[in-house]
Design a protein around this ligand. Structure first.
Ligand SMILES: Nc1ncnc2c1ncn2[C@@H]1O[C@H](COP(=O)(O)OP(=O)(O)OP(=O)(O)O)[C@@H](O)[C@H]1O
Ligand SMILES: [Mg+2]
Length: 304
């Protein structure tokens, strides 16, 4: 089990003084589905980007914590007691990913001649290598000068790496299994990254990436936007599979009740003016669909 915890999170744009997040409190545990809703400009995407470590934003107060159980990364990887809680605001995005936080990659459309399969394998190996480095005990670290010289983990954005922990054959097996879980056509993974995926196909790729990387918590920002009805169901099926098959906790940002019919949230949170102002069960999303946000605003500002 793992838990992502936002505690009184404040953030502003890195270049400027504009405060966007004004005290966000939120917890998402493995295996749970949380929906985040809220009017345009209320700070939902900023929350997602601050969790991921987007350089355009700066945390100014509060914390983002990830709590890991000792066996979060499998039985062969025991997490020592003093490394089970990480405050991630100071970490690099790839370090956060190695700790189990997932946000869809910026779409790497510009890489020539690289298949989706190759990209995904490189991403998986980069994550595993980064994880080894984060959990390497410090004594061992001091002994291996070689490691120090070679401290940069190859980025999947820079093209495929031939080596890495997971080899081609093993990766094919993982990929087949995951694609079956997601009901995806295997041909998909053989496509080239620069071959013009449609909007909907990109969203499906995002789910596939999350299936391969097996994050503890995945943040999905408007993954339902621009999907046709069939594809919405496919993507929803995929999100449910992430939760059911690998226990991923989901923070799903959305404007519409529609996807929540397929991906049933355990909790629904409403964001307003940079804060989570109200939380409830799935019926809260239905209420918003009926009534919009004015009543929430009234409720919040009257009692304030
Ligand atoms: N890089 C930036 N520079 C200046 N202002 C920004 C920046 N990023 C976000 N903002 C502002 O912060 C506020 C919150 O933006 P954010 O994108 O988080 O909203 P959102 O809740 O995701 O909205 P939407 O539902 O429209 O996607 C907005 O007023 C936006 O203009
Ligand atoms: Mg947004």
């Amino acid at each position: 089990m793992a838990r992502l915890e936002l505690k009184n999170l404040h953030a502003k744009v890195a270049e400027g003084d504009e405060q966007i997040l004004r005290g966000v409190d939120l917890e998402v545990e493995s295996g749970e589905i949380h929906a985040m809703m809220g009017p345009n400009g209320s700070g939902k995407s900023t929350t997602a980007k601050v969790i991921a470590g987007h350089p355009a934003y700066e945390g100014t107060d509060g914390e983002v914590l990830i709590h890991l159980d000792e066996d979060e990364f499998g039985e062969d990887f025991e997490i020592p007691e003093d490394k089970r809680t990480w405050s991630i605001l100071e970490l690099e995005p790839n370090e956060r990913a190695a700790l189990g936080v997932f946000l869809g990659f910026q779409y790497p459309a510009e890489i020539e001649g690289v298949t989706m399969t190759n990209f995904l394998r490189t991403a998986l190996n980069a994550k595993l290598e980064e994880r080894e480095e984060l959990f390497e005990d410090d004594e061992a670290d001091a002994d291996t000068e070689e490691d120090d010289a070679d401290e940069s983990v190859p980025s999947p954005m820079e093209g495929p790496a031939d080596d890495g922990e997971v080899g081609v054959a093993e990766f094919q097996e993982i990929l087949s299994e995951k694609m079956e879980q997601l009901d995806m056509d295997e041909k998909f993974a053989m496509r080239y990254l620069n071959a013009g995926f449609s909007g909907g196909e990109k969203k499906q790729n995002e789910v596939l990436q999350a299936a391969i990387l097996e994050p503890s918590v995945a943040v999905l920002d408007e993954i339902d936007s621009g999907l046709d009805i069939d594809r919405l169901q496919d993507v929803s099926h995929g999100i449910n599979a992430l939760r059911d098959e690998q226990g991923t906790g989901i923070l799903q940002i959305t404007h519409y009740q529609r996807i929540l019919d397929y991906v049933e949230p355990d909790r629904v949170h409403i964001m307003l003016d940079g804060k989570v102002v109200k939380s409830g069960d799935a019926s809260l999303a239905e209420e918003l669909e009926d009534k919009g946000y004015d009543w929430v605003r009234e409720e919040v500002y009257e009692t304030a």
